[in-house]
Write a protein that binds this ligand. Sequence first.
Ligand code: FAD
Length: 275
Amino acid sequence: QTCTVGLKFKDTNKAVSIGRLERFVADLGQNENGIPTVAPETEMKVAIIGSGPGGIVAAADTRRAGHDVTIFEAFHKPGGVMVYGIPEFRLPKAIVQKEIDVLTKMGVKIVCNFVVGRTRTVEQLMTEDGFDAVYIGVGAGLPRFMGIEGESLVGVYSANEYLTRANLMKAYDFGKGADTPIARSKKVAVIGGGNVTMDSARTALRLGAEKVYLVYRRTEKEMPARIEEVHHAKEEGVEFHILQSPKRIIGDENSRVTAIECLKYRLGELDESGR
Ligand SMILES: Cc1cc2nc3c(=O)[nH]c(=O)nc-3n(C[C@H](O)[C@H](O)[C@H](O)COP(=O)(O)OP(=O)(O)OC[C@H]3O[C@@H](n4cnc5c(N)ncnc54)[C@H](O)[C@@H]3O)c2cc1C
């Protein structure tokens, strides 16, 4: 059995397959269709900021204890990365909606288009709006760029923006009611070797790219992505370019991406992450 936790286990056949266990438990829960019991009301008001998996679990547990719970979500739809990041082909949105429906049936209030820090501050929630506690579950949505030349050219996206446009704002339906456009590129290079990279590469294929290249600085063995994600990406035709890292992104006179220049790498000594 392959393991989905930690690179060190990738080569062993004794490891526990966490992903499959999680899936089994989740499927079992889906089939139960039950609404958790809510304890008698406590008069305590709790604000949950963010409606990703963290916020959903915190809201459900807090509501079960009988507290009055409100989720504040910045986007127009609840679900966090499960809705704006992970593509439909990996996590159908109906499953996420079912989880959200359970929360509302338990009596959790969900307020969307509400950016805590702008619409209201945490302090205002606690001193003016009567909340006794605030749980901050805002995720890690800020992208980190590589700091190389050409990153501001037209056609360069962080995975976060690319996937949000494609998933949440339905860019694939542009002209038919989508909330945002997206560049329909014929050739796409995706940089990195994690699950987000695989999702982006496979999304690019679905958006009509003829060629999708995955550029990763180490070898496939060191890739943080789950083995099955790598397998699916390859199966769908993503072309892997390992031991390479972009040095600069090159554009034309209209500042549109035309190419990337890569450095070739060799594996060195293991670092503190064991890679
Ligand atoms: C493309 C992609 C694929 C992934 N695939 C997997 C996978 O297959 N398996 C897995 O286990 N994990 C996967 N992950 C990781 C997983 O999605 C995250 O670990 C998880 O979503 C984190 O949950 P969270 O609730 O902490 O944050 P998030 O899901 O990021 O949710 C945070 C929410 O807070 C909201 N928010 C932020 N700031 C504010 C504010 N000021 N006011 C109000 N709301 C705010 C955001 O809009 C967002 O909805 C993936 C991540 C990505 C990006």
